[in-house]
Ligand binder design. Structure first.
Ligand SMILES: Nc1nc2c(c(=O)[nH]1)N[C@H]1C(S)=C(S)[C@@H](COP(=O)(O)O)O[C@H]1N2
Ligand SMILES: [Mo]
Length: 535
């Protein structure tokens, strides 16, 4: 084939790549709208770049583009993507399958970006991966449309050596009878793919309008000033590299729920209905709720599925109002012993009525988390937080109903699936540093972690090296009995492979058991151990 023909094919291949990219982005945006709002590939990559960018780059971007900095970023990403896509088209033509591979890799980049966003659910990677797959398929199909006519110009007539047909020469159809309809057909395919992509993208974008509007609603909320603010005592947090922060930032807070799609509830439409075995059914609206006394509580929330040493646990400052006051309005009937809380998505949790009524237990209906309205993934606009009970029996997010009932009459979502109806959080401790499998130098090594025994408090934490004696660790000041406590211990480490073990003792004298229990049906037990190398 002549140089110009090859050149032209190069252009067509670049167009194939671009059309495939538009198609892919459309698929990604539509997929995001359906299964993972806010996780579209462009936005995910943009958000990740904002997080990754050093401060000076952000300042420069704001200086250059002002409030249009985000739009400029998206345009910038689109330009880079367009260049990569055009290149991928050419590659797919001259070095297959590398064009496909580039699209696949772009999808993986988007997926990684989406997965690292705050509150990303397990499906956050899907839009980008689907987009990558769609792009890879589209580029193959489109480039084959070019290839189909690849050899023909030479076989069927002189190539257009004298320049573009529009500029000189007779109409294409006259000179290259086989080639021109093929090229037109290719362009029709490429155009079609791009149009489908644009339509899908616009559709997806429009479908996420609700989520964007709600984001604006959430950002505009001014949380009420609490009657009592949470106080964190001096000396509650050790300065140890790698130790879990005392208060878990929202973005790092573990997320567990059955919601395939995070529910979108406008506070203006939210209400909580308290019914069942009550004398006076009650309905509380968002405005009712905001008018109630609000207090801040630092509470550690744990998942029953947390393995010994696991990270399905976090500690946050929750802003809310006592559930007991709301229950009191409805006047639970004597004999009722359970509150079945229901989320807008149908999830239910069964909590002992007494745990919600006890004035000493601080069970709250929460609207704030670490100084912000609840994040969508953590129950916006309203959830329950009950210290001392695993999330599955107490911490209903997006809560809209409290049904006063009896354990003998009702069962909750996870109880129906083999988990215990009662779910008190168990006495536990964890080693955060040194990390499992890490290597440290000989000499003084800081061993540190967290321990918790809600309602009771931690009296003592001990560390054991291999099968040796137990050594007392230092305890940080406890915020309250309902939060985890940091501990640390300095070990004069000798060379070799060693196993570190931790155990806690509650203020009630209970010593953490070394008996291993699985997470089903009511939470794991055993001692956390980490193996490390000292050299
Ligand atoms: N609506 C709803 N609320 C829920 C759940 C759920 O699946 N749906 N999971 C519960 C479980 S098992 C836990 S451990 C906590 C986790 O809360 P988080 O995601 O804010 O950390 O929420 C609880 N509340
Ligand atoms: Mo959980």
């Amino acid at each position: 084939m002549s140089a110009t023909a090859a050149n032209r094919h190069g252009w067509l291949a670049a167009i194939a790549g671009l059309a495939a990219a538009v198609f892919a982005l459309g698929v990604g945006e539509l997929a995001a709208a359906i299964i993972a709002p806010g996780s579209g590939p462009l936005v995910a990559v943009g958000a990740a770049l904002i997080d990754l960018a050093p401060g000076w780059a952000k300042d420069a971007a704001i200086g250059l583009f002002g409030t249009a900095d985000k739009a400029a970023l998206i345009v910038g990403i689109a330009i880079v993507l367009a260049a990569a896509a055009a290149g991928a088209g050419v590659l797919e033509r001259v070095r297959p399958p590398w064009g496909r591979v580039v699209f696949g890799l772009l999808g993986v980049v988007g997926a990684v970006a989406a997965a690292t966003r705050a509150g990303a659910g397990p499906l956050a990677v899907a839009p980008s991966l689907l987009a990558g797959a769609a792009g890879a398929i589209a580029v193959v199909v489109l480039v084959r449309r070019i290839a189909a006519r690849g050899a023909e110009p030479e076989a069927s007539g002189p190539p257009e050596a004298s320049g573009p047909p529009e500029a000189s020469g007779p109409p294409e159809s006259a000179r290259a009878p086989a080639a021109a309809p093929d090229r037109r057909r290719f362009l029709a395919w490429a155009g079609g793919a791009a149009v489908v992509g644009v339509l899908a993208g616009l559709g997806g974008y429009a479908a996420q309008a609700g989520r964007r509007a709600l984001q604006a609603v959430r950002e505009a909320i001014r949380l009420p000033v609490p009657d009592a603010t949470a106080t964190i005592p001096a000396g509650a947090e050790f300065d140890v590299d790698g130790l879990t922060p005392l208060v878990t930032p929202n973005a790092d807070f573990y997320r567990i729920d059955t919601a395939l799609r995070v529910p979108e509830i406008d506070p203006a439409d939210w209400s909580l209905r308290i019914h069942g075995e009550v004398a006076d059914e009650a309905v509380i609206t968002w405005n009712d709720l905001l008018a109630l006394p609000m207090t801040e509580h630092v509470v550690t929330l744990a998942c029953v599925s947390n393995e010994v040493g696991g990270d399905l646990i976090g500690n946050a400052v929750w802003l809310g109002t006592p559930i007991r006051d709301l229950l009191a309005r409805a006047k639970p009937a004597p004999g009722a012993d359970m509150v079945l809380s229901r989320s807008i998505d149908g999830f239910t949790a069964g909590t002992p009525l007494s745990a919600l009524q006890d004035p000493g237990l601080d069970a709250i209906l929460a609207i704030g988390m670490n100084g912000e309205p609840l994040p969508f993934e953590h129950g916006f606009p309203v959830r329950m937080v009950v210290p001392g009970l695993f999330g599955y029996v107490s911490a209903t997010k997006w809560v809209t109903e409290l049904e006063v009932t009896r354990f003998s009459a009702a069962s909750a979502y996870w109880t129906d699936r083999g988990w215990s109806a009662a779910g008190p959080v168990k006495l536990q401790s964890r080693i955060d540093v040194p990390r499992r499998g890490s290597s440290v130098g000989t000499g003084p090594v800081t061993v540190a972690g967290v321990a918790w025994h809600q309602h009771v408090g931690i009296d003592r934490v001990e560390v054991q090296i291999d099968e040796g004696p137990w050594y007392d660790a230092d305890l940080a000041a406890a915020i309250s009995d309902d939060t985890w406590v940091q501990w640390r211990w300095t070990w004069n480490a000798p060379a070799g492979r060693h196993t570190l073990r931790v155990r806690a003792t509650g203020r009630d004298g209970e010593v953490q058991t070394d008996e291993i229990a699985p997470v089903v049906p009511d939470g794991a037990t055993g001692l956390h151990a980490v193996e490390i190398t000292v050299n």
